[in-house]
Design a protein around this ligand. Sequence first.
Ligand code: GCB
Length: 612
Amino acid sequence: AVSQGMLYPRETPTRELKELNGIWSFRADRSPQRDEGFQQQWYKRPLRESGPVIDMPVPASYNDITQDIGLRDFIGWVWYEKEVWLPSRWLDDVASNRILLRVGSAHYFSIVWVNGVQVTLHEGGHLPFEANISSVLKGILGTPCRITIAVNNTLTLNTLPPGSIEYMNDPTRYPKGYFVQNTEFDFFNYAGIHRPVVLYTTPSVYIDDITIITDISDNTGLVIYEVSVVGSDYYSVAVILRCQNGEEVATAVGAIGQLKVINANLWWPYLMNENPGYLYSFEVKIRADTDNGVCEDVYTLPVGIRTVQVSGQQFLINGKPFYFHGVNKHEDYDIRGKGLDWSTVLKDFNLLKWLGANSFRTSHYPYAEEIMDLCDKYGIVVIDECPGVGIRQPESFGNKSLQHHLVVMEELVRRDKNHPSVVMWSVANEPASQIPPAGYYFKTVIGHTKQLDNTRPITYVSNANFEKDQGAPYVDVICVNSYFSWYHDPGHLEVIQLQLNNQFDNWYDKYQKPIIQSEYGADTIPGFHNDPPLMFTEEYQAIVLKHYHAVLDEKRKKGVIGELIWNFADFMTAQTVTRVVGNKKGIFTRQRQPKSSAFILRDRYWKLANNT
Ligand code: GCB
């Protein structure tokens, strides 16, 4: 279980930050067992001394950076290293300063050394981890500090997402020791250090975590807070809430408390209000007496005041029915793969606004914290999905997997609990939820997540038959994926409406819960045209959308509360006979240029926005 906070590293008057992004030294361990790096202790000396290195950007997936197919499809340990100088004022004062090394995310299993000493390890991509490295740095004044990070992208039936290695033992067909990685999720298993690596400081007594819950009564906003402080038992806490122009609107003292904001500016979704995404700043100051004198720490968190509630068949934000008209995304782009890239991030937000989309699902893993911050700021509503995608083999429902899934939910809730944009957790995508262990599995994962956060609804995304699905009794909102006239009855556009109507009626009649069409779509190669519409043409994608929309409009009366297109943009997948250089169901190309369907969706979303 997670035992400490994971506040986003921000500069404040008491905290300094140094980004380690840029070029790192890199080597993939190509030894047959992938264990040479550990045998030879590559972390003990500069990496270039144990063999050849190449330059590798951070953050980025390493897969598409070189011309080497062996690296693109590499499975096993890769080694990253960077030498950095720490400001001497950080080192002068290791007694009253903590120095932390934080990795925004690395895929999948990571071990971190500083000057040859292991400081932490972490299982799982898409979520941050950090280590206090102060003790390792004692006495290094005048020498650079060497950071080594080994990352292994091997997936097993117990990782999230699950995967498996298959050894090919037929010597007439494969060389000795040949293996491949199999996955049951439809995106390329990009790997490497995907998000920023930073060093930052905190005082020795420090704000470890902050939890904010907001509520509204009449025009008064309530900000209920809890601050946890580590490093001393004797400290004082003072908090100030400021509005966007910097004025104080409320103050309090104490680690736990409640602030009242009369005539609060609420956090509203994009297009639901002329002032979406209103954020206050919640400033926390602590003071403690220590052996080295008075110690102060300051941290400021953006806070949006809003409520979320499922009531009957409605999804309410600030008490008003909310209809999700949005997209499913991926962190995926040319060359950098899943590496955080500011240009792509901002282009995507501009496209979401152009489209009139008010929401997205983080299919199929948590996105960068930097993206979540922008969702808060712009009022983009988020269904926050954990990496539980492709849970399909019986072993992936066993206790080992389950325990890991619970930890991943703890890490996700810890990271994202304070984002007003996050209105629902999704604990999985398309698991084999019809097989017997799925009932207990989802009851446990959802129950645990509710204990961590009882303010947000919880879902998982199902493509199981409504009669056989075992997890739906535990969700607050039913999310259903369907691909009528694509995977089912390919080419038969005329059956979409009948099948979709039945889909909604079946789920509704069985559970009377609100339903989101969490995926629908069709692969489309930009520039392919045919009339009458044929699969893979722009006309076909457009007409699939129109059939879905006709039914969605009808079913809003019967509990349908949202629609998320699959997918915002084309993205890379493993190579198979059904994928033409990746999945082409984007309404934008991978380079973010519109296909015909983007204009249809844009028309629709703006109309939906103006009707609500
Ligand atoms: C799905 C999956 C998604 C795939 C999509 C497809 O149901 O949830 O990850 O990419 O279908 O296009 O096959």
